[in-house]
Write a protein that binds this ligand. Structure first.
Ligand code: ADP
Ligand code: MG
Length: 493
């Protein structure tokens, strides 16, 4: 434990420093309509094509809460093992911006819909950490100012205005850029399993405000800076590394860190000051008089809980328990819902799941994903279906073909398609388990290599060479176990 802890520390000129990181993730709620209006949330429409009178903040318009967005927030809270607050309220967060026609954002301040929870984060070395969730609240997105459409004017597109966001605030439990990246990756996976946010960072549907401070190990937390709106997992890592180094430089030069809001410049790989940090009271939060408190019943929450899909942690545990997968392989499979679904489809098509489940995982990860990666293809476009892969794995499991022949078979199915079992018959790829046939080959190899036979008697590991020769002579079709047994017998090993 001390090992991993010390390895996370940063070396400064005057000693070690520790990073402290907390993330505020903004996740766009998957919903057809906006949080308080019926306008569409579709991406990429003509500017101002999806704007209702409410979204444009016309005088006298009243917000009406979208029940689906509420359900999505509750589902997400449940997926984060968080407390669901049966009573929450909406507040106005007042500020001026050209893309905010209301002059305030409707958000949740004192009483959010979801309270404390936690996320288990898997790290690359097989370890895992728990990151606490402080809260999750619902709020409106703003519109977008466009500065590059006209030589002298800025234009405003309100299509996003009023779209529902979930702000998911972590506790300051994160201690390295790797942990931060793994946390966002895991959070994104959970949201995608739940179907509450598509996690598309390129479209800005998931983005993070990254809070970073540094301290001497064991000291109280230092002053933090908040890096706004970072929209890729790689950039989150880069922004943290840069910002922590910058703060260490300032402190070691005898300076102090001012709490401020900063911007990450992805081209230069650095953070820049944007403005000094605003405080909650700057926003003059007050309860929105247009909206009643949101009251949920426990039955409503229980119904949503009962209908939740299996989440990645549960799925991972099940794959390990039922099929003996390694934690690493199980993590790879559950990391994307599409991968897990594919593996489940293979399991569903296997004739003997208990026997072949683990082998199927190896084939999905190493052969199929490896090949898809090489071709730059998505799993949805895989030319080898789950049923075909299950058939190949079944043929290995029952001993009809060897693993080596199976790779050839996979290639054929990949490029030509077809029923694996029929292909094995038609092309004579069956493994030879007929002992008589194998014996003939073994005896021929032994007879042709008297010098190696003598060597093998002195050095029993030489048997590997003989196995290789026999396999080659049989075109890879001899059963390797039978070959091994027979050779031991003939060579007297
Ligand atoms: P605010 O409301 O001003 O944004 P919060 O207390 O809600 O402040 O914290 C916002 C985020 O900053 C949270 O994710 C929290 O974990 C993180 N955070 C708080 N203190 C620190 C600190 N000293 N260093 C790094 N992150 C911090
Ligand atoms: Mg905040």
């Amino acid at each position: 434990m001390t090992q991993t802890q010390t390895s996370k520390l940063l070396k400064g000129a005057t000693g070690d420093w520790e990073m402290v990181i907390g993330l505020e993730v903004h996740a766009q709620v998957t919903s057809n309509a906006k949080l308080f209006s019926g306008a569409s949330t579709a991406f990429g429409g003509d500017p101002n094509a999806h704007v209702s009178l409410v979204d444009a903040a016309m005088p006298g318009m009243l917000p009406v809460i979208n029940a689906e967005c509420v359900a999505q927030a509750v589902r997400t809270g449940l997926g984060l093992k968080a407390r669901i607050n049966l009573r929450s309220t909406f507040d106005r967060k007042n500020y001026f911006y050209p893309d905010l026609p209301q002059g305030y954002q409707i958000s949740q301040y004192k009483s959010p819909i979801v309270g404390e929870g936690e996320v288990t984060v898997d790290l690359r070395d097989g370890d895992s950490i728990t990151v606490g969730i402080e809260r999750l609240h619902l709020e409106q997105d703003a519109g977008k100012s466009l500065h590059d459409q006209h030589p002298t004017m800025s234009l405003v597109d309100l299509n996003r205005s009023g779209v529902a966001l979930m702000e998911i605030v972590s506790k300051p439990d994160i201690r390295s850029s790797e942990e931060a990246r793994a946390y966002v990756t895991k959070l994104r996976t959970i949201l995608r399993y739940l179907g509450t946010c598509d996690g598309d960072m390129e479209k800005g549907n998931l983005r993070a405000d990254v809070n970073v401070s540094v301290r001497r190990p064991g000291e109280p937390f230092g002053t933090r800076c908040e890096i706004k709106n970072v929209n890729s997992i790689r950039f989150i890592g880069q922004a943290i590394e840069y910002e922590a180094r910058r703060q260490i430089g300032v402190l070691e030069d005898g300076g102090v860190i001012e709490q401020e809001t900063r911007l990450f410049d992805a081209v230069k790989g650095e953070t820049r000051s944007m403005r000094s940090k605003e405080e909650a009271h700057d926003y003059r939060y007050f309860p929105d008089p247009d909206l009643l408190p949101l009251e949920l019943t426990q039955d409503y929450v229980d119904d949503l809980a009962a209908a939740l899909p299996e989440l990645p942690d549960q799925k991972k545990a099940r794959f390990i328990a039922d099929f003996g997968l390694t934690p690493y392989d199980a993590s790879v499979l559950v990391g994307e819902r599409e991968s897990a679904d594919f593996y489940e489809a293979v399991l569903g098509a296997l004739e003997d799941r208990a026997r072949d489940g683990k082998l199927a995982a190896n084939w999905v990860i190493n052969e199929l994903f490896g090949r898809l990666n090489k071709e730059g293809m998505e799993i949805a476009a895989s030319p080898v279906s789950a049923a075909q892969l299950a058939a190949i794995v079944g043929l290995i499991g029952e001993g009809t073909i060897s693993g080596k022949i199976a790779k050839d078979l996979f290639e054929i199915v990949w490029s030509e398609g077809g029923d694996p079992r029929a292909l094995v018959e038609a092309r004579g790829m069956k493994q030879v388990t007929d002992m008589g046939a194998i014996e003939k080959v073994v005896d021929a190899v032994i007879a042709a290599n008297p010098d190696k036979v003598a060597q093998a008697k002195a050095k029993p590991t030489m048997i590997g060479w003989f196995v290789g020769q026999v396999m080659k002579a049989s075109g890879g079709k001899a059963n390797p176990q039978a070959v091994n047994d027979l050779l031991k017998d003939r060579l007297g090993l």
